[in-house]
Design a protein around this ligand. Structure first.
Ligand code: NAD
Length: 437
């Protein structure tokens, strides 16, 4: 099948590459010339494990092409995916200008029957808006389908190639059949393609992300209470996670969720609810608690140093919003850097993949180091923000020798309390007893 993908970011590039891998001819389109030049030259502009092998193979075999020219890119396409940004407006609602601009541009270019598939996360009713926008500008036959994407950065290729489920919102039988044909190679193990109306499909994406953000936030509240009452959140996590109704995943307490999806999607759903005079109270709390949780350890660091961070050096391990990505959008690391540097602290930070993205922000008082131990030279304390595996079994003796003081604030509960005691660290984590050397 000839496919086009408009928007070649985290979702668009993975979608395009994976659909080429299943034998389609895919043209990826973006307005960012640097991105397209880089892709044409064989360089992937993002870090996504496993993407390089598929990208190289499909590019070499000419099933995967890149262009900035919309007309050329959608020529002969049977299915056109939209994988465009939907960032938050000031009031938290989803900004649809990218999606609607492309819908408007597509109208006059459509020839013959085409399916326009929206993969961007959009509020209920957007598919209809896209349909109307295109219809005003074309006489060609087309369908607009809602096909929200559930891939997770860091395991995006696996998620796309073996999805738990595929959600397709459309009332057109013709469109449903073509979507079925397109996705069939990805659901051979029997995972379902769930056909539904387009509004339910749009809502499904927001409901999934808001539910997961709520689950994380609930555990963070439990963790905060564990600290006050002397319980251990890791034990509680195991205790409840073994209940099948609850499940083991998304129960790890930490310093809040971030990334390009959860924060904006929770806000957008809350805003959509407000638009129909529904006060979605749980989500209001989720947003408030998460903001507080993100800077919980920055506040604890300030307290530890008697409200005086002037001239202190804080090492930070992990900058990406989660492991296995270079994405720093809404990352808790940024909130912590801001909190600490505004009080006069210096930051020495390391991340296996996201360092360059932080460097691009040209933040004051922040040095990006080449490895995790480099950050510790003369550090007054270490703050762990992202649970990259490389941080899990470090050389604690070396750490202690490099640091000015053996003090760790761990936002991801990476270490056993006994280990910290043994190495003589002051160790403050989330929802567990504090260890004081
Ligand atoms: P992104 O910012 O990485 O990529 C979007 C791309 O669209 C950019 O490369 C941008 O240059 C391009 N673009 C903007 N206007 C364009 C235009 N007029 N024509 C062509 N290209 C244009 O965004 P993303 O993370 O891939 O997210 C895209 C959508 O998918 C969002 O709605 C997001 O909420 C949703 N989503 C993201 C994830 C994720 O993990 N990143 C997962 C599921 C869903």
């Amino acid at each position: 099948m000839k496919i086009s993908v408009i928007g070649t970011g985290y979702v668009g590039l993975v979608t395009g590459t994976c659909l080429a891998e299943t034998g389609n001819h895919v043209s990826c389109i973006d307005i960012d010339h640097n991105k397209i030049d880089s892709l044409k030259n064989g360089k992937i502009p993002i870090y996504e494990p496993g993407l390089d092998v598929l990208f190289e193979r499909n590019k070499r075999e000419r099933r995967l092409e890149f262009t900035t020219d919309l007309k050329e890119g959608i020529k002969d396409a049977k299915v056109i995916f939209l994988a465009l940004p939907t960032p938050p407006n000031d009031d938290g609602s989803a900004d649809l200008k990218y999606v609607l601009k492309v819908a408007g541009d597509l109208g006059p270019l459509l020839k013959g029957y085409t399916i326009v598939v929206n993969k961007s996360t959009v509020p209920v009713g957007t598919t209809e808006m896209v349909r109307n926008t295109i219809a005003e500008r074309t006489k060609a036959k087309f369908d607009v389908v809602s096909n929200p994407e559930f891939l997770r950065e860091g395991v995006a290729v696996e998620d796309f190639m073996k999805p738990d489920r595929v959600v397709v919102g459309s009332s057109s039988e013709k469109a449903r059949n073509i979507m079925q044909e397109l996705y069939a190679p990805l659901v051979r193990q029997g995972n379902p393609i769930l056909f539904m109306d387009e509004k339910s499909a749009e809502m499904t994406k927001y409901a999934a992300n808001s539910f997961l953000a709520t689950k994380i936030t609930f555990m963070n509240e439990i963790a905060n209470l564990c600290e006050l009452l002397g319980a251990d959140v890791d034990m509680v996590r195991r205790g409840i996670g073994t209940d099948n109704r609850i499940g083991k995943r998304f129960l790890f307490a930490g310093i809040g969720y971030g990334g390009s999806c959860f924060p904006k999607d929770v806000q957008a759903l809350f805003n959509a609810a407000s638009g129909v005079n529904y006060d979605f109270r749980i989500l209001r709390s989720v947003m408030e608690v998460n903001e507080r949780q993100k800077i919980k350890l920055a506040n604890r660091i300030r307290e530890y140093f008697n409200q005086d961070l002037e001239g202190k050096t804080i090492a930070i391990w992990g900058l990406a919003f989660k492991p296995y990505t270079d994405d720093i959008r809404e990352a808790p690391s940024l909130a912590n850097i801001l909190e600490l540097t505004k009080e006069g602290a210096f930051i020495r930070a390391y991340d296996p993949e996201a360092g360059e993205n932080i460097k691009d922000l040209k933040l004051e008082k922040v040095v990006i180091c080449d490895d995790e131990y480099e950050t510790l030279k003369n550090a007054d304390a270490l703050l762990i923000v992202t649970e990259w595996p490389v941080f899990r079994t470090p050389d604690f003796d070396l750490m202690g020798r490099l640091m000015k003081q053996r003090v760790i604030f761990d936002g991801r509960n990476l270490y056993e309390l006994n280990t910290m005691r043994k190495y003589g660290f002051i160790y403050i984590s989330i929802g567990r007893k504090e260890i004081h050397g």
